[in-house]
Design a protein around this ligand. Structure first.
Ligand SMILES: [Zn+2]
Length: 504
C-alpha cells in the first residue's frame, strides 16, 4: 500500500528530493572530474623512486646497443656487462643464461611440444635463437661455450675472484623464428622475450642451469641495472620493459634500475594508449586503439587494487603489449604481453588476463621466486589477486562467485596425473592441468589463509612479504617464515596439505 503524504510534507519531500539530486550532481560531477583528471593528466615519465635507486646500488650493470632488422628477422647487438662474483668462491668461468637458444632446434624448442607445435609454428618448424659472434672477458677475446644441448647455458672462461667485478662484452645475432610465442615473429609483431643473456643464478654451490620447459616460465634471474638502445626502421613502435626516449635518428634508449630481465615487443602496426595510475606511467600497445584502451583500463584498475594492498609498484612505468601467441599472457619485468586472442575475446577474459599479468609485477618481478621448482609461489598469488580485482571493481557477490567458479571448482574436479600445486614444472603434462593445479588449487591455499588470518591480516602479510623480499628472490622457506610470523603459529603443516598432498 502506498501512503499519501500531506501537501506540505509533499512539498518538503520535493524540496529534499531536489536537494539530494543537486548534491548527487555536485558529488558525481566531482568524482567524474577526479576520474577524468586521472585519465587526462599529461603522461610523463615519473622519476625513479628513492627506494629503487637505493636498491640499484651495487647491482650488476648491463649495457646493450641493438638493431632490429625486420626484413631479415634479426636482432644484432653488443652487450657489455659488469658482473660481480657474489658466489663466495673463486670462479673459473662466467656463466650466463640465454633461453632463446632453445628455439634453434626442434628437439629443444619449448614450442615444439605436441600441445603447442601447430599453434606456434603452423605447418613447419622455424629455427631461431641467439648466436654469439664474439666474446671478451676483461678486454681479452675468449671462446664462449654452450654447456647444454639447447644453447641456454653459456660459459666464458674467466679468472674471477670472490667479490670481484668482471667486464664481459658480447656481440650477438638473434635470429627471430616465425613462431607465435613469447620469442618469435607472427602477424607483424616481434615478441622479443628472453633475447638478452643474463647472469646465471648461483644457489647451493652451483649455477642454476635448468632446461627450458614447454610448460610454465622456467626463468630465474637477479635484478640488474639496464641501459638498452634499440634502432628500428622508421614507423616501428617499441614496447619495452622500461620507459624510452627517442633521439633524432629514431633510436630508442631505455633505462631501468633494479630489473630482473629486459623484454621488447616491436610492431609497425601498434597504436598506443597511455595514462598515469598510482604515479606510474602505464602504456598499452595494440594493433587497434580499442584493444589498447581496454588493456589500459584493466591495467590501471589492477594497479590501483594491488598497490593499496601490497605496496607501491617499484618502477616509473608499466607497459602492456599485444603479442601473437597462444598463452593468454606472459609477464616480464616492467612489461607484460597479452595475447591477440584474449584481446579479440575481450570482456572478462581480457580483464582476467591483464589483472593476472599485472599482479606478476609484484609476484615474480619485484619479489622474485623460483619458476622452476616453485611455480605456485607466484602463480597462485596472481590467480588469487583476480579475486581482489573483482571485489574492488564488481563487488563482493561477484568476488564470491568467482572464488567458487575458478578455485573451489578446481578443488572438486578429478585431475589425473599425480601432481600437486607444489610440484616443479617438469611434473606437468599439459597447460590445462598446470593452470588448474598450480594457479587454481594453489589459490585455494590463499583463500584458506584469508579465513585463517582475516582479509586484512592476509593483505598485511603479503605487504610485509613484498617489503622484505622486493628486488630479491624469495624461497618457499622465506614465504613460510613471513606467514608463520603473521599467523603466530607454524603454518607449514597446512602448506603441506594444500601444496604437496595428492588429492586425486
Ligand atoms: Zn601467471
Amino acid at each position: 500500500m502506498k501512503q499519501k503524504l500531506p501537501p506540505e510534507l509533499n512539498r518538503k519531500a520535493w524540496l529534499y528530493a531536489a536537494l539530494i539530486v543537486l548534491m548527487m550532481l555536485i558529488l558525481g560531477g566531482g568524482a567524474f572530474l577526479l576520474l577524468t583528471h586521472e585519465w587526462e593528466e599529461a603522461p610523463h615519465i615519473p622519476a625513479v623512486s628513492a627506494a629503487t635507486q637505493a636498491a640499484a646500488q651495487g647491482l650488476d650493470e648491463i649495457r646493450i646497443t641493438a638493431a632490429l632488422d625486420p626484413d631479415a628477422r634479426t636482432l644484432t647487438f653488443t652487450q657489455e656487462m659488469a658482473l660481480t662474483n657474489s658466489t663466495g668462491q673463486v670462479q673459473s668461468a662466467v656463466v650466463l643464461r640465454s633461453w632463446s637458444g632453445a628455439y634453434l632446434s626442434e628437439a629443444t624448442s619449448p614450442c615444439a611440444s605436441d600441445e603447442l607445435f601447430y599453434e606456434c609454428y603452423g605447418a613447419s618448424f622455424s629455427p631461431g635463437g641467439l648466436q654469439v659472434d664474439t666474446a671478451e672477458v676483461n678486454g681479452a677475446p675468449v671462446t664462449a661455450t654452450w654447456l647444454d644441448e639447447a644453447s641456454t647455458v653459456l660459459s666464458l672462461p674467466a679468472e674471477w675472484p670472490a667479490g670481484e667485478s668482471v667486464a664481459v662484452r658480447l656481440t650477438c645475432t638473434v635470429t627471430i623464428p616465425a613462431c607465435a610465442s613469447r620469442f618469435g615473429y607472427a602477424d607483424g609483431v616481434f615478441m622479443l622475450g628472453n633475447v638478452f643473456p643474463v647472469a646465471a643464478v648461483w644457489q647451493e654451490g652451483a649455477w642454476r642451469t635448468d632446461a627450458y620447459a614447454a610448460i610454465g616460465d622456467p626463468f630465474l634471474s637477479e635484478c640488474a641495472n639496464w641501459q638498452v638502445t634499440l634502432s628500428v626502421p622508421a614507423g616501428y613502435e617499441v614496447a619495452a620493459s622500461a620507459p624510452g626516449t627517442q633521439d633524432g635518428t629514431g633510436a630508442y634508449t631505455f633505462d631501468a634500475l633494479a630489473l630482473r630481465d629486459f623484454a621488447l615487443v616491436v610492431s609497425r602496426d601498434f597504436v598506443q594508449a597511455q595514462a598515469m595510475a598510482e604515479g606510474v606511467l602505464v602504456t598499452a600497445y595494440a594493433r587497434s586503439e580499442a584493444d589498447a584502451k581496454a588493456m589500459l583500463r584493466a591495467a590501471t584498475q589492477a594497479m590501483a587494487s594491488y598497490a593499496k594492498r601490497w605496496g607501491d609498484y617499484a618502477y616509473p612505468a608499466f607497459t602492456l603489449a599485444e603479442a601473437v601467441f597462444p598463452y593468454g599472457g606472459m609477464e616480464y619485468p616492467g612489461m607484460v604481453m597479452i595475447g591477440s586472442d584474449v584481446l579479440a575475446t575481450g570482456g572478462q577474459v581480457l580483464e582476467y588476463t591483464v589483472a593476472h599479468e599485472t599482479a606478476h609485477q609484484w609476484w615474480a618481478v619485484m619479489v622474485g621466486s623460483d619458476g622452476w621448482f616453485d611455480p605456485w609461489q607466484d602463480e597462485s598469488l596472481c590467480e588469487y589477486a583476480w579475486l581482489d580485482y573483482v571485489g574492488d571493481w564488481y563487488g563482493a557477490a561477484d568476488r564470491e562467485q568467482m572464488a567458487f567458479d575458478r578455485i573451489e571448482t578446481a578443488m572438486r574436479i578429478t585431475i589425473p596425473g599425480g601432481v600437486t600445486p607444489g610440484s616443479p614444472i617438469d611434473y606437468f603434462t599439459d597447460l590445462t592441468q598446470y593452470s588448474r593445479i598450480v594457479y587454481q588449487r594453489g589459490a585455494a591455499f590463499w583463500c584458506a589463509m584469508e579465513i585463517h588470518l582475516g582479509k586484512d591480516g592476509l593483505d598485511a602479510m603479503l605487504r610485509d612479504y613484498q617489503a622484505q623480499f622486493r628486488f630479491r628472490i624469495a624461497t618457499r622457506e622465506d614465504l613460510t617464515h613471513v606467514l608463520n610470523q603473521h599467523a603466530g603459529m607454524d603454518m607449514s603443516g597446512l602448506m603441506l596439505d594444500y601444496l604437496d598432498t595428492l588429492m586425486n
